[in-house]
Design a protein around this ligand. Structure first.
Ligand code: FRU
Length: 491
C-alpha cells in the first residue's frame, strides 16, 4: 500500500495502513495498554471489520501488532471491549488469568430480508498477553430476536454484586446484562427512553464509577453513549454522557442528566471508551476516542491510511453548580513526550505576538492563560497558519463562548459540512481563560478551564502552514503564562 504521510499525525495513533474507526478492547494487562480498533485491512474506507491491534506502555508511543480478530462464519467483528479474567471465571485459563474480548459479530439475518442485519455478542480469549486470540467455540453467547441494533458490548466486573456486567447499545437505548462467567448472560434492565439525545442510533456505550472531586464517599457512575450520524443534525456523530447511580442491574440518572451533556464539543471525537483493569493503585479512568465523524470519515483527504485516535485522556468528575460534571484532561504521561520550547510569564500581549512571529511548528502543545478581562470581542490563538490558512481557537467573553473555527484551516473540499466554526458555552469568572491546546499535522484538541470543556477537531493544513499567533487583546494586556512544548521528533 502506498501511503501519503502529509497529514500523518506525529503523536496520535493511526493505523499503519488502511481504514480505522472505533477504539475497541481497551484493557491494561501486565504493564501494557492494549488498543484494538475497528479496521478494514484491505481498503481506506469502511468495509469488512477486523480488530487491528497495538500496545503502549507510556500512552504516547505505540507498537503495532498483527490483526487480532478477523471475520468468520458468524460475520464481521464489530466493536466491543476486553477484560482481564483474573479468577478464570470462564475456565479458559486453567485457573490462571488471561484476556477475554467481548465483541459483536455482525452478519445478515438468514431467510429474512437480505438487508436485515443480525448482531450477536461473542468471545475470544488470549493466553499470551494478547499476541494470539482463540475464538470461543460456543459463539455467539448473546443474541436477540427483535433488536436489529444490538451491539458494542462494554463489560466490567462489578465487585459489589460479584458478577460481570455488560452495557450494550440496543437501538435508541442501552441494555444491561449480567453474567457469572462471560458465557451465560441474563437481561437486567434497559435505560434511555425519554432521556438524553436521540439524534441518532445509540452506539458504543461505557459505564464506570468515579469519585466526585476525589471523595470516596461520593461515587457516581458515568455513562457514555455515542450517537450515530443522522443527516437531520448538523453535528454528525458525537458522544453524550449521563451521571447517576448503578447497583449492578439498573442505572438511575441524576437530576443533572435531564439536560443533554456532551463529552466533547468539537466535531471529531466519537465512539470513545475507557480502559479496563487500570490498577486500583493508579485509580485513573483513561480514555481514547476515534478522532473523526461519520459525516465525512470516509472522505478525509489522507492516502493509504485513514483516521487517528484522540490523545489518551484522564477522566474525572467535579461538582459544578450542584451537578457532577465530567472533566477530561490529557493523560499526564504525555508530559514525558514533550520538549519545552517557549516559557513566558507575565508577558505583554504585543510582546508575545512579536515573539511568536518567527516560529515554525507543526506538532506541539500550548499551555496558556489568556487575559479576557474587559474584552468583549474574541481573544485567542491561530495555529497552523500561513498567508491563506489558519485554525482559530477563540473565546468570546460577551457571548461566553469557546470556539474553534476551521473555515480556513486547509483542505475542506472533500465534504460540504467540514469547514465551519463550532463552539460551546463556557462561563469565565476570573478574567483569565486557561487553555491547553494539542496541535498535530491534522488535528487540534482544546482543553479549556482545566478540562471543563473540550473541543476536538480535524484540520488538513498545508505542511508549510506552520505559523502561530495570538489575537484580540490590547498590546499591553498581560498574559500571565504562555508555554509551548514540541511533541515528537519526526520531521
Ligand atoms: C460506531 C460503530 C459501532 C459498530 C462499528 C462498526 O462507530 O457504528 O456501533 O460496532 O462502528 O464498525
Amino acid at each position: 500500500v502506498i501511503t501519503n504521510e502529509q497529514y500523518r499525525p506525529e503523536y496520535h495513533f493511526t493505523p499503519e495502513t488502511n481504514w480505522m474507526n472505533d477504539p475497541n478492547g481497551l484493557v491494561y494487562y501486565k504493564g501494557e495498554y492494549h488498543l484494538f480498533y475497528q479496521h478494514h485491512p484491505q481498503g481506506t474506507t469502511w468495509g469488512p471489520m477486523h480488530w487491528g491491534h497495538a500496545v503502549t506502555t507510556d500512552l504516547a508511543s505505540w507498537e503495532h501488532l498483527p490483526i487480532a480478530l478477523a471475520p468468520d462464519e458468524h460475520g464481521m467483528i464489530f466493536s466491543g471491549s476486553a477484560v482481564v479474567d483474573w479468577h478464570d471465571t470462564t475456565g479458559f485459563f486453567g485457573g490462571k488469568s488471561g484476556l477475554v474480548a467481548i465483541f459483536t459479530h455482525h452478519d445478515q439475518q438468514p431467510g429474512a430480508d437480505p438487508a436485515r442485519q443480525r448482531q450477536r455478542q461473542s468471545l475470544a480469549y488470549s493466553k499470551d498477553e494478547g499476541r494470539t486470540w482463540i475464538k470461543y467455540e460456543g459463539n455467539p453467547v448473546l443474541g436477540h430476536d427483535s433488536y436489529v441494533d444490538f451491539r458494542d458490548p462494554k463489560v466490567f466486573w462489578h465487585p459489589q454484586t460479584a458478577q460481570w456486567v455488560m452495557i450494550l447499545a440496543t437501538g435508541q437505548t442501552v441494555s444491561f446484562y449480567t453474567s457469572p462467567n462471560l458465557k451465560d448472560w441474563a437481561f437486567a434492565s434497559e435505560f434511555g427512553e425519554g432521556i438524553g439525545s436521540h439524534d441518532g442510533v445509540w452506539e458504543c456505550p461505557d459505564l464506570f464509577p468515579l469519585a466526585v472531586d476525589g471523595d470516596p464517599a461520593n461515587v457516581k457512575w458515568v455513562m457514555f453513549v455515542s450517537i450515530g450520524d443522522d443527516p437531520a443534525f448538523a453535528e454528525g456523530s458525537r458522544t453524550q454522557y449521563f451521571t447517576g447511580a448503578f447497583d449492578g442491574k439498573t442505572f438511575v440518572p441524576d437530576e443533572a442528566s435531564r439536560e443533554i451533556r456532551w463529552i466533547d464539543y468539537g466535531r471529531d471525537n466519537y465512539a470513545g471508551v475507557s480502559w479496563s483493569d487500570v490498577p486500583a493503585e493508579d485509580g485513573r479512568r483513561i480514555y481514547v476516542g476515534w478522532m473523526s465523524n461519520w459525516r465525512y470519515a470516509n472522505q478525509t483527504p489522507t492516502e493509504g491510511w485513514r483516521s487517528a485516535m484522540t490523545i489518551a485522556r484522564e477522566l474525572t468528575l467535579t461538582e459544578r453548580d450542584g451537578a457532577a460534571t465530567l472533566i477530561s484532561l490529557p493523560a499526564r504521561e504525555l508530559e514525558n513526550a514533550r520538549t519545552p520550547l517557549v516559557a513566558l510569564k507575565n508577558v505583554a500581549f504585543g510582546e508575545l505576538q512579536a515573539k511568536l512571529a518567527g516560529l515554525e511548528l507543526d506538532s506541539y502543545e500550548i499551555e496558556v492563560e489568556l487575559p479576557i478581562g474587559a474584552n468583549l470581542e474574541a481573544v485567542g490563538l491561530k495555529v497552523r497558519t500561513s498567508a491563506d490558512e489558519e485554525t482559530i481557537i477563540g473565546y468570546h467573553a460577551g457571548a461566553e463562548e469557546l470556539y474553534v473555527d476551521r473555515s480556513r484551516s486547509g483542505r475542506s473540499d472533500f465534504h460540504k459540512d467540514f469547514a465551519g466554526k463550532h463552539g460551546v458555552k463556557l462561563a469565565n469568572t476570573d478574567g483569565r481563560l486557561r487553555l491547553r491546546i494539542y496541535v498535530d499535522r491534522s488535528s487540534v484538541e482544546v482543553f479549556a478551564e482545566d478540562g471543563l470543556a473540550v473541543m476536538t477537531e480535524l484540520i488538513f493544513p498545508d505542511p508549510e502552514s506552520k505559523g502561530l499567533t495570538v489575537f484580540g487583546a490590547e498590546p499591553n494586556a498581560i498574559v500571565s503564562s504562555f508555554a509551548i512544548y514540541e511533541i515528537g521528533g519526526k520531521k
